[in-house]
Design a binder for this molecule. Structure first.
Ligand code: DC
Length: 212
């Protein structure tokens, strides 16, 4: 089974993806980490983020076994990832890895921006997770503070709005809800309630398929 989860920055799709994968015995790939790793490599090399040559080189050299580097989670790297991810050739290099990850048994949950639209348009279940920007900013601020990064909520909200605009406005695989994706708005849900709602979606899709 392949479950595609898409949604804007800080919508909670990563946490949901991880929990769904654990529940169904699937592997999980947070595809944002791929773009973050490419962005960090470009930043570390001192290159401009908008230069396709350096970014594609970094994408080709990506080591997927090193995606647990905590520095990938920083605000600066997230913002840079949103810039390199608009380069079509970077997306093309990362596409094959994402497809082979998802197709390997027993299947996987992948979360990102274009999983249900481009990477796995035939995914068994597609969920589009969203929440009001102010709520996403509050959750991300608490997460950063808990991790020891001092931040102000208005700055985080500004980051989120800028990234939403970039990720939705770009020409290459923009963030959008696939027509057959189920909408999960977590504005008024905590993580446990969001998880239960996601399970309900997956089970309803499976039951519908069994009925044929
Ligand atoms: O999900 P995230 O915040 O870790 O993603 C970081 C950036 O990577 C995001 O702003 C846009 C880009 N991204 C993308 O273009 N496509 C994906 N499938 C995942 C992330």
């Amino acid at each position: 089974m392949i479950i595609a989860i898409d949604g804007p920055a800080a919508s909670g799709k990563g946490t949901l993806g991880k929990r769904l994968a654990g529940h169904y015995g699937l592997r999980h790939l947070d595809t944002g980490l791929l773009y973050r790793a490419v962005a960090k490599a470009v930043l570390d090399a001192g290159g401009p983020l908008t230069d396709p040559v350096g970014a594609v080189r970094a994408a080709r050299a990506l080591d997927p076994s090193r995606l647990d580097d905590r520095t990938l989670k920083s605000r600066q790297v997230g913002d840079a990832a949103s810039v390199v991810s608009a380069i079509p050739d970077v997306r093309a290099v990362l596409l094959a890895f994402q497809r082979s990850f998802g197709r390997a048994p027993p299947g996987a949950v992948l979360d990102g921006r274009d999983i249900g639209t481009v990477i796995f348009p035939d995914a068994d279940v597609k969920v589009f997770v969203t929440a009001a920007p102010e709520i996403r900013a509050r959750r991300r601020t608490l997460e950063l503070l808990a991790g020891g990064t001092p931040v102000e909520e208005p700055e985080v909200l500004a980051d989120i709005l800028r990234r939403d605009e970039r990720d939705s406005g770009r020409a290459a695989s923009p963030l959008r809800r696939a027509s057959d994706a189920h909408l999960l708005d977590t504005t008024h849900l905590d993580i446990d309630a969001a998880f239960r709602a996601a399970i309900d979606i997956v089970e309803a899709v499976r039951a519908g398929r069994r009925r044929g």
